[in-house]
Every structure is written in structure tokens, then in C-alpha cells.
Design a protein around this ligand. Sequence first.
Ligand code: BGC
Length: 728
Amino acid sequence: MSNSERIEALIAQMTVEEKVGQLGIFADALRPFAPEVNPEANARGAAEVRAGIRAGKIGALFNGVGAAEGRQAQRLAVEESRLGIPLLLGADVIHGMRTVFPIPLGEAASFEPELARRTARATAVEATAAGIHWTFAPAVDVARDQRWGRGAEGAGEDVLLGCAFARARVQGFQGQAGLTADDCLLATPKHFAAYGAVAGGLEYNTVDISEQTLRDVHLPPFKAAFDAGAITVMSAFNDINGVPASANRWLMTDLLRGAWQFPGLVVSDYTADMELIAHGYAADERDATRCAFTAGLDLSMQSGFYDRNLASLVASGEVTLAQLDASVRRVLWVKQQIGLFDNPYRSLDPAREADPSHLAAHEALARDAARRSIVLLKNQGAVLPLKKTGQKIALVGPFARDTKNIEGCWTLFGDRTRYVTLEAGVRAALGEHAQLIVEDGCGLEEPIDGGIEAAVAAAHASDVVVLAIGEPQSYSGEAQSRTQIVVPPAHQALAEALAATGKPLVVLLRNGRALALHGAVRKAAAIVVTWYLGSQTGHGVADVLFGDYNPAGCLPVSFPQDSGQQPLFYNRSRTGRPELPHMREFKSRWREVTADALYPFGHGLSYTTFEYGPAQLSTTQLGWDQTLTATTTVTNTGEVAGETVVQLYVHDRVASRVRPVRELKGFNKIALRPGESAQVSFQLDRSLLAFTGMDLVCRAEPGLFDVWITDSSANGTPVQFELCPPKG
Ligand code: BGC
């Protein structure tokens, strides 16, 4: 029997109740569960879940962990339910499992999708060893407003970078050995769609957006994830232009399954079908079930709405049997794709779970990922790197010895016993002759008695102060929108007191978003963005602090002058009255601050310097069907080896819709020894110049374009070419 015949044979035998059973996913009460990641809803105890599996009324569980317990649950489904359909076991495994890697936003700062592929692969190896088939990741939401807390889970404000990381993460989770491989972790790009565009950066808020922006900015990372092989997707909580994403037929049926030919399943976000009632889009749970299901939402997470209402909707004819079968077919197809029918106990091997042989390699990868994610924003007077000897160091701040703000948001299963604190990393780098004083200075959010005095005394007794401050990790992630994207006042007060000592100040920021930096923090000699770097935080930061690794990360989000500039992103549309340096009246400006970023997208320093030669184009007349090569020469003009992210930006001078001031169209991280030069080339064709027009068709328009090859979204001198109209 072919796979599809097998699925059809099953569907033919299933009762309506059994079919509905395949369309619900519930919290895994049979295994150790990661608590408090979601509000409680429709809670079911172990006995109820067990009975549901036996009755063929539960087809998937989520957020439980453990291979042995997973085997037992699977045995119930396979051996004790009438049709023996295996369970699909999902979980939020976002940026690491036992070994925790940097938050996805931090990792995007590496501008190395290959790094993300490798960390996702390691994550998949650990997660599938722990009895998980399916991760609710990657988050591919483009986040242009830093007030929103979930930017931490994605790849930042840019579309091209977002697509590259979406692709890499799907490839990493799923691996290259095929979906049936024991260590393939099925990926779920989320949250479909435009979740990152919530008004005001306010979590779960409405999204009122042009279809052009939706298509040009928010949808491409999903398409990239599907093209890379993702066969599941999670619907978003928000509405889009008045229709909740989780009941949006245009999105899930017309676009996803129609235009994009997506063959896989759509799972709701947690209780998103239930929330249609709160949205005022559905009258009651029966109505919500009908709206969500008929719009194309296959799998309902946790609400129990499908469980309670779908059969009666089928009985009344409001949902057809054909519609029900189509969703069941997609769910069974996904189960078949990952080999569950042939091998229901795949990824449920306690021996593999207990085997520690990959840990050392994963730890080394976590350390490398940590240091590659770090961004050096500022380094006045080359205060960094620090010397390991002959320099007394005061390591100050609430994150200096902290163990609870290392992993970042959405880390459910991290092995906390292996986390390396900042202090441990710095001590390991300095060795036994360390001249190091460590002081907290303040608490996570509050001053502590005598904290500032002790920190100031430590500063006076030292040659340099390293200050570890920023956002507690609870400030980013789900439902963590902020109005003031600044460091907590207690941290700011500590920074001011330390600056007043006159000692050189190195600020190590911990953050899940771009921050507005003020006062002593902004004025510090050196500023280092360290996000939440995961298990190897201390070692990764120490590698950069002491120059054992030369930083090369670049910002995937623009750091504003002030919170009130949000949403601030580099690829904004041109206005009719752009602000000019010496002319501010009647211009697009704020009274208090300039309209630009303090540190723009793409910015990141190194311990060496690079010189970028002028961009050279293979032609200034690009034929409609031709490809242009843009080349520059980059030279390491400093004294140490280093890496730089060469960035290609384009701007369409005149178009039928107002175009962004610049758009990233390529990037390439290269390594150069001191004095070494390299030529870097990018190919440009009209597909990279296309945008969605007023008629909703995506196409390039002939005319003049500016091109930059440079090291940040605010640098460089453009050269021009013309895209010639098609011949004839
Ligand atoms: C989040 C999702 C997550 C789900 C399951 C929701 O609250 O928005 O990203 O996958 O919970 O835990």
C-alpha cells in the first residue's frame, strides 16, 4: 500500500470522533511538564489524557519531556487505541534544549545563517533524544517595533536577514537525513502572520497593515521556511485588518494552500480559536470552532473547542465531512512524513537520552555561538580588549554573578547546572592570578543597601570597570511589551555613580530588544551588546572582553536615540520632507532627538579596522533579464585578524509606490588577516528589486537604483545603475 492509500484506508475506518481527535493538541500531562509558559486553560489531568488517547480522541501532546514517559504515552496510542494512530509530540524548543544557545535575535547578530543552522541541528539532536518530534519554532516574525517583547525570538527588523535565518533554522531542526530520521525535529514557522506588526508594539494587539507591506515584509520569511521544507505552521493571535489570523481564510486557505501550495498542517497558537470570542469575531465556542476550522485551521491547541464542537458542526452540515477529512488527511500526512506509522517509537529512546557523548561538542558550539552573537557598539580609546595581567578589573552589576538571566525567554528545558556565569567566565579567562573584584551594585530591578557604595569602592580600587546591566530576562518574550525601552532605573543610577569615579567604563548590556541608551550608559567608553547568550554566557563574553575572540556581530535591530522613536527601522519609506543635518524646521523630525538611529541596523565594531573600497558595477545598464555584479575590495587595515559583515543595500529612486530609503539585498561575512584584502561580489537581478505594486503584483520597475556596499545601513557612498525595460 502506498502512503496515501494507507492514510485513505485509515480515514475510511475512522469515526467522526476519532477524526476530531486527530485535530486537537493538549498539554502533556503524562510527562514532566514545563510550567507557566501559558495561562491555564482547559486543564486535563493525566487520567483524562490517558483515557483520551485510548479512546482515539487525542492525537498530539505538547510541552512534555522525557523519552521513557513518551514511550509509554505512545504505547497507549499505538497499542490501546482502536486504530493505533501514533501521537505527535510537540514542544517549544526555541533556542536550545539542554544546551542553551543565544536567543534567536542575538544569533541573528552573527549575520551567519550557517551558525543558526548548526545550533538548530544541535537543538534537534537533544530534543529528539528527549522524546520530542516537533518544535514550535522558528519564530520568523519581522519585528520593526522594539517595544514588542517577542522580537527576542526572531531575527530582527529586516526581511532578507529574516528569510536567511528562517531557512537556516528549518534546515537545522529538520536535518539533512530526511524527515523520518530519529534526530529530525519537525519545524513550525510562527506566528502566521504579521504578529510582529502589532500596533504600538503592544502584545496581542491589532494589526492594521497594507497588503503590500504584509506581502513584502512579513510573509517572505514564512515562504522561505516552507521552501526550506517546513510542513507545519502556527497561526498568530492577532487580527490582520479586522480578521483574526486564526480564522483568516484568505491567509490560511487562499494564500497558504492556494497560491503557495502548502501541503502541511496549520496548528493554532495556544487557545487562539477560543480567543476569537474575546476578539468579538465569534459569538460562542461553537461559532469560534466553525470560524477557525472552516478558515483552514487544522489543529486546535488546548482550548478543547474542536473536541467539544466539531462533531456537532459536522452533524449539522455546517462543516462538511470533506472538510473534516481534508484536515485529518493533512495531520496524518505529517505523521506519515516523519515516519510515525512505520516507527512510532522514533525519538523515544531512553538510551539515547542518557547518552552524554554530544555534550562537549554542543558546549563548544554554544560558546562559539555566544561570542559570534556579541555586538561591539562602541570602543572609545580602544579600552577593549582588556589585558589579562597588569590591570585591576571591577566586575560590577546585577548580572555579574547572576544565574537566572542567562538563558533568555522561552527556555523550557535548559540544564541550569551547566550555565556559566559572567564571573565564572571572567575568572576562567584570567586564571589564578586574577585581579578581580566583583560587586552586584544593585538588584535586578531595585537598588540594594550599600550596593552603589561597594561598587564605587571597587571601581576606585581598579583600573577599569566592567558593568553588566540591562534588561532582566523577564522583560522580553511573550506579553512583555514596554513603553520605555531603557535599562531599569536602579541600573542607570549604578552606571552614573560608577561613571563619576572617572574610571574607564565598559558596559555589557543584557537585552532582548534594541534599547534606548542614556546618560552614563550611552557615554561609556565601551558598549557591548550581549543579549542572552545561553549556557556558555560567561565564556563567550570573556572571549570578547579579553580579545581571545575578535567581535564581528552586527545589529539586526536599530538602537534608537530615544524610546519615543518606535517603531524605528532602517528600511523606512522615504518622506516628502526628510530631516537634513542643518535644517530641521518643517522637516520630518522629533523636537527632542534626530530621526536617525543611535546605532543603526548592521552596525558592529571589531578590534581591527576595515577599509571598504568603492563599489564597482559590472554594468550601469542592467538588462531586464540580466544579472549585474557589484564588487568591492575590503582591506583589514588594523593589527589583528578579524571578520566584517559586508552588506549590500539598494534603493529604488522613483517607483509607483514610495520605496524604502535602503533595503538589504545581500551580506557576506569575511575573515581577513592584518593587511589582507579580499574582493567581495554580489549578484543583483530584477527579482531582488521587485516589490508589491498597487495592483498587488510583485514586480520590479525599470529606472535608476542606488547601490551601497558597506558596513552598516547608515554608511557608504552609493553608485548607480539603471534597470532597463524589457525589450520589445
Ligand atoms: C505562544 C507560542 C507557543 C505556544 C505554546 C503561545 O502562547 O505564542 O509561541 O508556541 O504558546 O506554548
